[in-house]
Design a protein around this ligand. Structure first.
Ligand code: HEM
Length: 158
């Protein structure tokens, strides 16, 4: 395989590259709190974006839970565009910034399949804290203002 050079535009988010494993906690005003195990992978192919995949499973049984995949596009002057597809029927387009070792995005739109739940907004923050990758995800639904759904801590696995 040919070694691919990192695209210069992607350097501000190079700290995300690799495979990360850890655990998260979920909550929302309408549900019981829960915990999960998670693997996140950011890779690149020499183009001005990172390739993102995420999968989660139940801590006790190992049963698959949520997963998602997409692209983190670097579009200049620290601006990022995050495009994410979710199996629960959402296509998320989120816009924001990278600042040091932190990425904050807010959704510009959430496309929903006809049977998906009525999610109206998503906001995500990911940041490196020492060797730990942390993130927080909030979501709003029709009838529920933006509220925390997930927090997680992950360590680099490779
Ligand atoms: C952006 C990512 C995510 C979105 C948009 C999302 C969306 C939702 C929605 C809309 C609900 C239903 C709330 C209600 O009916 O009032 C929900 C519930 C739930 N979510 Fe998430 N979720 C996401 C990520 C995750 C992840 C990563 C996990 C776990 C690994 C997870 C686990 C759960 C669980 C266990 C529930 C409660 C049971 C259920 O309704 O299925 N979610 N989520």
């Amino acid at each position: 395989m040919i070694a691919t050079e990192l695209h210069p535009a992607v350097k501000p988010v190079a700290f995300l590259l690799g495979t990360w494993r850890g655990e998260g906690q979920g909550q929302y005003p309408t549900i019981e709190p829960f915990r999960y195990r998670e693997e996140i992978r950011f890779s690149h192919n020499g183009k001005p974006f990172l390739i993102y995949t995420q999968r989660t499973e139940a801590i006790d049984t190992g049963q698959p839970m949520h997963g998602e995949a997409g692209y983190l596009r670097l579009v200049g002057e620290g601006r990022v565009e995050f495009v994410i597809a979710q199996p629960i029927g959402f296509a998320e387009i989120s816009l924001g910034r990278v600042d040091g070792q932190r990425v904050d995005v807010e959704c510009a739109s959430v496309g929903r399949t006809p049977t998906a739940k009525r999610v109206s907004s998503i906001s995500r923050s990911l940041w490196l804290d020492g060797d730990t990758l942390r993130y927080e995800l909030k979501m709003g639904m029709e009838g529920v203002p933006l509220a925390r759904h997930l927090v997680a801590n992950l360590q680099r696995a490779d």
